[in-house]
Write a protein that binds this ligand. Structure first.
Ligand code: ARG
Length: 580
């Protein structure tokens, strides 16, 4: 049982003998009060009992408080009635003993749970398109999807991490044509940014096609050849994947993000090339495809959603055809009870609603088994981006700029004693961490305006602030070298009590984040925790204390803090620098 529950248990033990509280659901009413003078946790149950008991909430609260007796060793120390509320005060000395010991014992596992035990989930994220830019949208998907996967895993789920690469589709006919006519394979082989060059070729194709419409036909022909396993087409298409993955893998490495499926590559769209037929046949067999102008579509009951095209009028398959084949494959491979989460931009909401509805009609997935985790847009002042016109914001440029800006800050800072190597490492970790935190700290469905100043600030609700708090804690421990772990102290300061209360919250925060798939809850928590730690740090000495017992306790508290913060950052996929 985690400690929060143990506290609730103790509350129940205390209130047990009060008859009118039976079946009052008091546990559900427990909440953190807005001010510390109202206790550590409080209940408004008296307000709902007032009518039935024909007494004022004030009177009822007083009745309760006058009737109770707190047993020895309880985690509750004091109970007060105020304004109709019942306010409970923790026995922090006792709580500290149990909680800190528990955190240090569980270490990297503190905050984890088993609520997902026995359940399996595929989290599909990133999913960039071959020969196209890795967009800021794909960055968001990578960061948010990775954090969601981490959180679910921490909550006990068996998690499969998949990458649905866009490596198939008619655009590869155009690409293959363009490479043969205007491309230089050697140059592409040796290029540091081959995707940039492939995008240029793709842009050129569309420019030329405007002047010469025959090219569109050429593109279609080359895609047909690709499908028919023409060796030239096949080889160039494979090359496109190789060139693009070189670049994408560099990004994944920098972001420290991995996938588990298909040997870490993920099952891209092309994997389903030969599996679409089967899915389409099942649709036909279940009478779910209707012809319209030569194309085949799924129509939804009462037209509650617009029809979804599955086969084009020239017989070509689509993104949707591959998604259905993918989800059928998943049922077979991972089992009928698999949960599947797709992380993409919200502009695909309608599309995924259609896919989910289709999969229910097919009898494949039940409600709750399919989930679209959506993110809004990062808005740049430069405006939106489009591949066809070629005015793209390149993700790696954004990451580089973040790192560069942090480096400048470090150079400028007065207490900069870092070696050149340390500067480079710290700038990378802080720059990337800052972008990740900025992304994750917002509710992911919202659009966010990209604001360098906010992202890289060392103050307030930012990645650098959290990393700094962590490094500060670690430094204290480093300087102390050795000490005797001490889990409690007879006279705890207010600041220490507040840290303890916060530390106690982590398991329930993670549980909530895993149920609602909201990494921002963890950001919020980590920020509040760091803030409390900083306040404590500025008010109370740790290393410069005479009282050995107190010094040992404070060091142990700092260790519990760094352990807990580290667990949050790990879940968010944010690394911590050695020095800062
Ligand atoms: N490649 C797509 C894109 O860039 C995202 C794929 C999302 N996943 C899926 N199963 N459709 O928009």
């Amino acid at each position: 049982m985690n400690l929060s529950n143990q506290i609730k248990n103790d509350i129940i033990l205390i209130l047990e003998k009060i008859d009118f509280l039976k079946n009052s659901g008091i546990l559900e009413t427990l909440e953190k009060p807005p001010q510390e003078e109202f206790g550590d946790i409080a209940s408004n149950v008296c307000f709902s009992l007032a009518k039935e008991l024909k007494k004022s909430p004030m009177q009822i609260a007083q009745d309760i408080v006058s009737k109770i007796q707190i047993p020895k060793n309880s985690l509750i120390q004091k109970i007060e009635a105020k304004g109709g509320y019942v306010n409970f005060f923790y026995n922090h000395q006792e709580l500290s003993k149990l909680l800190i010991k528990e955190i240090l014992k569980q270490d990297k596992k503190y905050g984890s749970s088993k609520i997902g035990k026995g359940k399996k989930v595929i989290v599909e994220y990133s999913s960039p398109n071959i020969a196209k830019p890795f967009t800021i949208g794909h960055l968001r998907s990578t960061i948010i999807g990775n954090a969601a996967a981490n959180i679910l895993e921490f909550a006990g789920w068996k998690v499969y991490r998949d990458n649905h690469l866009g490596d198939w589709g008619t655009q590869f006919g155009k690409q293959v044509y363009a490479i043969q006519n205007w491309g230089d394979e050697k140059e592409l082989d040796n290029s540091k940014n081959p995707v940039k060059e492939l995008v240029n070729l793709y842009v050129k194709f569309h420019q030329e096609a405007e002047k010469n419409p025959v090219l569109e036909e050429e593109g279609r022909k080359w895609f047909k050849r690709l499908e028919d396993r023409n060796p030239i087409a096949r080889r160039l298409w494979k090359k496109c994947i190789e060139w693009s993955m070189k670049e994408f893998n560099r990004i994944y490495k920098r972001l420290n993000v991995k996938f588990t499926e298909n040997n870490g590559m993920g099952y891209g769209e092309s994997f389903f090339e030969d599996k679409m037929k089967d899915a389409v046949e099942e649709l036909e067999k279940k009478n779910l495809l209707k012809e319209s102008k030569g194309a085949k579509l799924i129509f939804f009951p009462n037209d509650k959603l617009p029809p979804l095209m599955i086969i084009k009028n020239d017989g070509a398959t689509l993104y949707s055809t591959r998604d259905l084949a993918t989800d059928k494959f998943r049922l077979n491979k991972y089992g009928k009870d698999i949960v599947v989460i797709n992380e993409t931009g919200y502009e695909q909401s309608l599309y995924f609603n259609q896919i989910f509805a289709a999969e229910e009609m097919l009898g494949w997935y039940k409600k709750g088994q399919r989930y679209h985790l959506k993110h809004g847009m990062f808005r740049f002042k430069e405006g939106k981006m489009s591949t066809r016109k070629g005015n793209v914001i390149w993700l790696e440029d954004v990451l580089d700029e973040a790192v560069e800006k942090v480096k400048e800050k470090i150079e400028k800072s007065s207490n900069n004693k870092l070696s050149d190597k340390q500067k480079i490492n710290t700038a990378e970790t802080v720059g990337i961490g800052a972008i990740k935190y900025f992304d994750l700290s917002h509710d992911s469905v919202n659009d966010i305006v990209f604001d360098w100043e906010r992202i890289l600030s060392f103050d307030g609700d930012t990645g650098p602030y959290l990393q700094y708090a962590y490094v500060r804690g670690k430094n204290i421990l480093k300087k102390a070298k050795k000490w005797k772990e001490t889990y409690s102290f007879e006279k705890l300061s207010n600041e220490e009590k507040k840290i303890l209360n916060k530390l106690l919250e982590l398991p329930s925060i993670i549980e909530k984040a895993s149920k609602e798939l909201k990494p921002n809850y963890i950001c919020n928590y980590a920020y509040e925790l760091s803030d409390l730690f900083n306040t404590f740090y500025h008010m109370h000495p740790v290393l410069q204390i005479q009282d050995k017992n107190l010094k040992n306790f404070r060091l142990t508290l700092v260790k519990a803090f760094t352990t807990t913060l580290k667990n949050c950052l790990t879940l968010l996929g944010i690394d911590t620098p050695e020095v800062m």
